[in-house]
Design a binder for this molecule. Structure first.
Ligand code: ATP
Ligand code: MG
Length: 566
């Protein structure tokens, strides 16, 4: 784990009651001396896209279990499909895992084992457990049968070992075209589990591989590569998501038929992480990009790790969230508001406060001495005294939020309106005396007087105001651009209604606003998150100076979701 330990101050109300059955299982293994007390795991992404929040859970489980038991976890690229895989994705995945706070014991590739896997395939042929089939993919698939429907044996199933070996070597040599032959396991064509009905182990694909180049024209299937790679590495607990449940019997079958160098690894499946209002499937994420709904893999509206990072989500908040939801055996969809709660909780501790006006209207203090300015001292983070304070320049001409003034105030509106008095954060009380508006009725300037006796924001006569608003001196302001995001989908479960998540796309998910900020905002480092007072948390873009992404608002929406009993 990195130098950012999990946040210590999660309120007791939010302490997780969710268990982690994988941890219990490994604990039991250790007590019984299975694997001689050794714990080794792996995180096995396919480098065909960027990692998303669902992968973060798998990373926390795989690396977390190894860490809990003093074991190791490798990052293994499952790069068995040359067509969809790219080095760009490999590099991004390594960076994302590190960012999340985990250091792989080693970065390895299934393609490192292509030769070893090939040798084991010859072993299976030699021992009578694999054969070359000359039929095409459709025929093989049709013969597989179904539940209650018997499988049909291939006419090539009982080929002699020598013939199989010779053909398999020719498949490797490159002389046979794509689709002409496959290698299949000779398992059980009548098995109740379709996975065991003579699954395909190798296909011929004359494709360039991002690591092995043109060395191979023979590529292993996921099932053939996965368990064998685990065994070669010495993995003890092979943890994956529930959809691999039906593959476990095949995982075991392959391992039982190979001359393993050590203990046979064991596969255990856990629930996928899904979130409301978003999708976590690389295919759908790619479609959002290709359709131009978002700008790219790191568009802050996506649930990819690079997007969440750009948006200002702290890695520790994601880890805390994953710990909190626990590890279970049944799939469930978690409220996005819960993840946001963890983000807000962390940022509240670490983000400095700054005053920014996103929809500015001018406030003129008519009794302010001409040309005069003074410094107002504000705490950088009331939650953390160590962050100190800063001085902000105050004058008689300020920007305030358009929303903080109303010509005609509705009931319970306590901010500026003619005759009303408010506190300007850290500065003075001001009383609204009037305003100007253009021909359309849009307010162009608010007029007020200030009370010089209220410096610091308190009245010596004890009179109270009901609102404190933020401000920025017009003469000292810097320009700021803020990107405000809505959820990408309107529906909690995108696609639930029609089957197509794209039917639930929210029409306007990004609003760009141009505002004014106190001078110190110009010094925020790329990637740093600050709280715009009263507005939310915002992350300085990694590249474009002056551009801020809204990470999350200030209001705890999870509390409301819980109250609704969801
Ligand atoms: P996708 O469905 O987005 O294409 P994938 O399962 O194909 O994802 P892989 O790269 O194969 O992506 O996944 C690497 C690991 O991450 C696997 O062990 C997989 O089980 C796990 N994983 C993928 N998605 C999730 C998820 N939503 N929740 C938890 N774990 C996940
Ligand atoms: Mg996959």
């Amino acid at each position: 784990m990195s130098d950012t330990p999990n946040s210590p101050d999660i309120p007791a109300a939010f302490e997780s009651t969710a268990g982690n059955f994988v941890r219990d299982l490994v604990q039991a293994d250790n007590e019984q001396g299975t694997f001689a007390g050794r714990v080794q795991t792996r995180f096995p992404p396919e480098p065909n896209g960027y990692l998303h929040i669902g992968h973060a859970k798998a990373i926390c489980v795989d690396f977390g279990i190894a860490e809990d038991f003093g074991g190791i976890c490798k990052l293994r690229f499952d790069d068995t499909n040359p067509v969809t895989e790219e080095t760009e994705y490999v590099d991004a995945i390594v960076a994302d895992v590190r960012w999340l706070g985990f250091e792989p014991a080693e970065v390895v590739y299934a393609s490192d084992y292509f030769e070893a896997l090939y040798q084991w395939a010859e072993h299976l042929i030699t021992t009578g457990f694999a054969y070359v089939d000359d039929q095409d993919a459709d025929t093989i698939s049709a013969q597989r049968g179904g539940y209650g429907k018997p499988g049909i044996e291939s006419p090539y199933r009982n080929r002699r070992v020598e013939e199989n070996l010779a053909l398999f070597r020719r498949m490797r040599s490159g002389e046979l075209p794509d689709g002409s032959h496959v290698l299949r396991a000779k398992a059980d064509m009548q098995h109740d589990n379709m996975q065991l009905r003579d699954p395909i182990m190798y296909r011929i694909r004359h494709e360039h591989h991002h690591r092995t180049g043109d060395d191979w024209v023979l590529y292993p299937t996921y099932d053939w590569a996965h368990g064998q790679s685990d065994a070669i590495e010495g993995v003890t607990h092979s943890l994956c998501t529930l959809e691999f449940d039906s593959h476990r019997a095949l995982y075991d079958w392959y391992l039982q038929h190979c001359p393993l160098p050590g203990d046979q690894p064991r596969q255990t499946e856990f629930a996928r992480l899904e979130l409301t209002y978003t999708v976590t499937s690389k295919r759908k994420l790619l479609q959002l990009i290709n359709d131009g709904v978002v700008d790219g893999w790191d568009d802050p509206r996506l649930p990819t790790l690079c997007a969440l990072r750009r948006r200002g989500y702290p890695a520790v908040a994601i880890r805390n969230f994953c710990d909190f939801i626990g590890v279970a055996k049944t799939n469930s969809r978690h409220q996005i508001e819960m993840l946001e709660w963890f983000v807000r909780n962390e940022l509240n501790r670490v983000a400095q406060r700054r005053m920014t006006v996103l929809r500015p209207v001018k406030l003129t203090i008519t009794n302010w001495p001409a040309g005069h300015s003074e410094w107002v001292t504000l705490q950088n983070n009331p939650e953390n005294a160590a962050d100190g304070s800063r001085d902000v320049e105050f004058t008689g001409e300020l920007w305030i939020e358009h929303d903080d003034f109303k010509a005609e105030a509705p009931p319970k509106y306590f901010r500026l309106t003619p005759g009303a008095e408010v506190r300007l954060r850290g500065a003075y009380y001001v009383k609204c005396t009037g305003f100007t508006a253009d021909a359309d009725g849009t307010v162009t300037e608010v007029l007020a007087t200030y009370d010089p006796d209220t410096r610091g924001g308190n009245a010596p006569d004890g009179r109270k105001v009901k609102a404190t608003i933020h401000w920025v001196s017009t003469a000292h302001a810097v320009d700021v651009t803020a990107a405000l995001y809505e959820r990408l989908f309107d529906a909690e479960v995108p696609g639930e209604r029609t089957g197509d998540p794209f039917d639930d796309l929210h029409p306007n998910t990004r609003e760009i606003v141009h505002g004014k900020a106190e001078a110190a905002l110009g010094e925020v480092a790329p990637g740093q998150v600050v709280q715009f007072e009263r507005l939310g948390y915002f992350a300085q873009d990694g590249e474009q100076a002056g551009l801020f992404h809204r990470t999350v608002g200030l209001k705890d929406e999870w509390a409301n979701v819980q109250k609704r009993g969801k």
